[in-house]
Design a protein around this ligand. Structure first.
Ligand code: ATP
Ligand code: MG
Length: 341
């Protein structure tokens, strides 16, 4: 368990005091993938750097597995940092070392003997999917491969917590997805707690279990990813969610759809975190012999299920819609009638 208790971080600059982190309280359970999102300057990097003592709080405590990070001796902090490792946006690899030697570095520093080192590095290379590239230099790797080296190096001392500071922000969308998938795999395989900061809601949606939204140094909203996506409370969360799901497109298309389909029913199927996703819809269609046409939709996937909307057109419904509505609801899909025809 990671606990942040009333954490404040101020910087004194020539222009005066800046409060980068402002009375933040957080609890992060072991084994979670925990996302922290905010715009540039919100205080995310400052916050995450206090998890491993790269920055010390001005006041408050950072407690990881019972140890107050801000009160550890220098020696104890160095030891603790082996268990709270970090990956970075720009990878921070050593350019003069090969892939193998970059990953081996923390083990060398920890005084691990050579044969154990070789065994461990080979395991890690396999885990992150870099077989065959052991002897390449960072300059010979793609961005995604460099981040894989960063991840392997971060895992070399068997950490319990992995901190990710914008780990995918320098990567293209396809490579981002691959790295996110790798993070999900290591979270599951190693039961590793992952704390990641990002300014992209898509990253949060795809892999996080819980999310905290930061603005001006404060955590303004916190909850499960599904809750925040389904019911964002603050303006800033609403904006992040809207940018990711772009549901305003659906609202404009509904009016056009009604004009284009003057007869029949137009229904909105709302997914609010159903684990079954779309198969349930096709099952119900078959069972009730509906002739259903999907017209527009925006269903997104999270670690806890799908959410979003599907707009469908049904030419003729024999009898009442009630049993269909009930059956869908039993499976976590709400049905609203946009127009009954
Ligand atoms: N070492 C420092 N000295 C003075 N001010 C700092 C220092 N580090 C950060 N700040 C200030 O603290 C605030 C928060 O910065 P921080 O880097 O934590 O934001 P961020 O959310 O990570 O932003 P970004 O998304 O751009 O990385 C900013 O106003 C920044 O200028
Ligand atoms: Mg930052």
């Amino acid at each position: 368990m990671i606990q942040l208790v009333d954490v404040v971080k101020q910087f004194t600059t020539r222009k005066g005091k800046i409060t980068a982190v402002d009375h933040v309280n957080l609890n992060i359970e072991d084994g979670q993938i925990y996302g922290i999102i905010g715009f540039s300057g919100a205080g995310k990097s400052t916050l995450i750097r206090m998890f491993n003592g790269l920055e010390l709080p001005t006041s408050g405590d950072v407690i990881i597995h019972g140890d107050k990070i801000n009160q550890l001796s220098k020696q104890a902090l160095l030891k603790k940092r082996q268990k709270i490792s970090m990956i970075f946006q720009h990878f921070n690899l050593l350019w003069s070392r090969t892939v193998f030697d970059n990953i081996a570095l923390p083990l060398e520093i920890a005084g691990v003997d050579k044969s154990t080192r070789i065994k461990k590095v080979n395991e890690l290379i396999k885990l992150v999917g870099l077989e065959g590239r052991e002897h390449a230099y960072p300059s010979e790797l793609s961005g995604g491969q460099k981040q894989r080296v960063g991840i392997a190096r971060a895992l070399s001392n068997d950490p319990t917590v992995l901190l990710c500071d914008e780990a995918t922000s320098a990567l293209d969308p396809q490579t981002t997805d691959e790295i996110l998938e790798l993070l999900v795999n290591i979270n599951k395989q190693l039961n590793l707690t992952i704390v990641l900061i990002t300014h992209e809601m898509e990253v949060i949606r795809k892999i996080c279990h819980r999310v905290a939204v930061m603005e001006h140094g404060k955590v303004v909203e916190e909850g499960t990813v599904l809750d925040v996506f389904n019911h964002p409370k603050t303006e800033i969360s609403k904006r992040f969610v809207r940018d990711d799901i772009q549901d305003s497109e659906i609202e404009t298309s509904i009016e056009e759809i009604k004009e284009a389909y003057p007869t029949g029913s137009i229904l909105r199927l709302k997914f609010v975190g159903s684990s079954t996703g779309q198969p349930i819809v096709s099952r119900v269609i078959k069972k009730y012999g509906l002739d259903m046409n999907i017209l527009a939709g925006n269903v997104k996937h999270t670690q806890a299920g799908s959410f979003g909307n599907l707009i469908v057109h049904v030419e003729a419904v024999n009898g009442s819609l009630t049993p269909i509505t009930e059956e869908l609801r039993d499976h976590g899909v709400e049905m609203e009638v946009e127009r009954h025809g």
